[in-house]
Design a protein around this ligand. Structure first.
Ligand SMILES: Cc1ncc(C[n+]2csc(CCOP(=O)(O)OP(=O)(O)O)c2C)c(N)n1
Length: 448
């Protein structure tokens, strides 16, 4: 792929390339066989060559000692976790705040967190009542979604995993649209062909969620690299869990991003669990943040329960990504307080005490207490926001449930701009089959 890219770039004159791409074209040219003139051989190695090994990938110092680094039993000092508001919601003295939160933004963030919590509780219950087939909450991770979303620009492009519904909500995706998607009705842009929670929006620069883990990460890098070549002044934001970071796509994405200098912000939600697999079974190093410096990527570990810290970390990551035209890695430590999904019962694999302790650090209450301390929020505003959110969610669920399902034949559409004969034949066969065997199709799906 890199070779194809480089070949395409070589086809253009250096003068026609954006500045950011010229370096790549030059280095790709060298890798592709157009070697720069070789340096004249020296008869004696210079003293600096004896002190160091000058290698194509970088210059390294020699040592006569045998110093091993890392390893499962090596004592390690974990990268610290940046925070600005403590577990009780109090200001952390002397915290670095390069991007102070304006009051209006802070209140909008909190109101979206309230709406997100309300959606999660009521959609979860609606699924348990059998009204639709599947749901995932983001309980415990609200601050990671909303804090990062607020620091992005609307033109930045988001590639998310599946537990970041707060990000698309903050961008303006309505609760009604979420309900339409979960019910898979005729108002849903995917026409019911995706599982619930697979949101997406072209207008909001939010790529549609895809369940196979980590596939969104190389996509985000490609998008960010395109932004760089086109000098768009935007970034891609790629969200994923610590479990997804065990996929090969994670490593490929980080290495491509670093070597191409792609302005992408990788936001890892380390929520402690990948379904029933604890994070302690996913890695032996220093979490996900520990991997960033090894790829040459600026990295920060942040308290994912501290909305203001996540906002500052993401705003700063965005500044670095744009100024340096380089990737940034954030590891947001944000414990999953709910079950993995409606298909999971997490009490089977984790202690009730662990869950209780983390629920007590609810990120939404932490941020609320801080807002109250600023004089920006009070109990009356809180009650009103929660009541309004509850009404909106209940109405959205009712309207989505009442709406008709898309006709059966739509499942053959949209793969190609014009339907090819083999799909037309399959569609005719399905319609004929259901006409002969009406029970083969759920009663609420129009057969046409
Ligand atoms: C390639 C792939 N392998 C396995 C799965 C099944 N699977 C779905 S979610 C999940 C756990 C992912 O954990 P993590 O990335 O930490 O995200 P979390 O669900 O904790 O937010 C697994 C293994 C999948 N969807 N895709």
């Amino acid at each position: 792929m890199l070779a194809r890219c480089a070949a395409a770039l070589r086809g253009r004159t250096a003068g026609s390339l954006p500045a950011a791409a010229r370096g790549l074209a030059a280095s790709a040219g060298a890798a592709g066989g157009e070697q720069p003139p070789a340096a004249a051989p020296t008869s004696q190695p210079s003293s600096s060559q004896e002190d160091r090994m000058d290698f194509p990938g970088g210059s390294v110092p020699f040592t006569a000692g045998m110093d091993w680094h890392g390893g499962a039993f090596a004592p390690r000092a974990p990268l610290p976790c940046y925070r600005t508001i403590d577990a009780a919601g109090r200001e952390v003295p002397d915290a670095a705040i390069p991007h102070p939160l304006p009051r209006e933004t802070a209140v909008r963030m909190y109101e979206t967190m309230v709406r997100l919590q309300t959606v999660d509780v009521l959609f979860y219950e609606a699924q348990r009542q059998g009204r639709f087939s599947f749901y995932m909450t983001s309980s415990g991770e609200e601050a990671t979604a909303i804090g990062s979303a607020a620091a992005l620009h609307p033109d930045d492009v988001v590639f998310s995993q599946y537990r970041e519904q707060g990000v698309i909500m903050y961008r303006g995706f309505s609760i009604q649209n979420m309900a339409h998607q979960c019910f898979g009705n005729m108002h849903e842009q995917g026409k019911g062909r995706q599982m619930p929670i697979h949101y997406g929006s072209r207008e909001l620069n939010f790529h549609t969620i895809s369940s196979p883990l980590a596939t969104q990460l190389p996509h985000a890098v490609g998008a960010a690299y395109a932004m760089k070549l086109e000098q768009r002044g935007t970034v891609a934001a790629a969200y994923f869990g610590e479990g997804a970071a065990s996929e090969g796509d994670f490593h490929a994405a980080l290495n491509f991003a670093a070597t191409l200098g792609a302005p992408v912000i990788f936001v890892c939600r380390n929520n402690g669990w990948a379904i029933s697999t604890p994070a302690s079974d996913q890695y032996r190093g220093d979490g996900i943040a520990g991997r960033g410096p090894a790829y040459g990527i600026a990295t920060l570990r942040v308290d994912g329960g501290d909305t203001r810290a996540v906002y500052n970390a993401t705003a700063e990551a965005r500044r670095i990504a744009l100024e340096q035209q380089a990737p940034v890695l954030l590891e947001a430590m944000s414990y999953r307080s709910g079950h993995h999904s409606t298909s999971d019962d997490s009490s089977r694999y984790r202690a009730a005490e662990e869950m209780r302790a983390w629920r007590a650090r609810d990120p939404v209450s932490r941020f609320q207490r801080w807002l109250v301390d600023q004089g920006w929020w009070d109990d009356a505003a809180d009650t009103a926001a929660r009541q309004a959110a509850r009404r909106e969610v209940i109405q959205a669920l009712e309207a989505a449930q009442r709406a008709p399902k898309p006709p059966l034949s739509t499942m053959f559409e949209d793969v190609y701009a014009r339907m090819p004969p083999h799909l037309e034949a399959q569609r005719a066969e399905v319609l004929a089959h259901v006409a002969a065997h009406p029970d083969a199709c759920p009663a609420d799906i129009p057969v046409k």
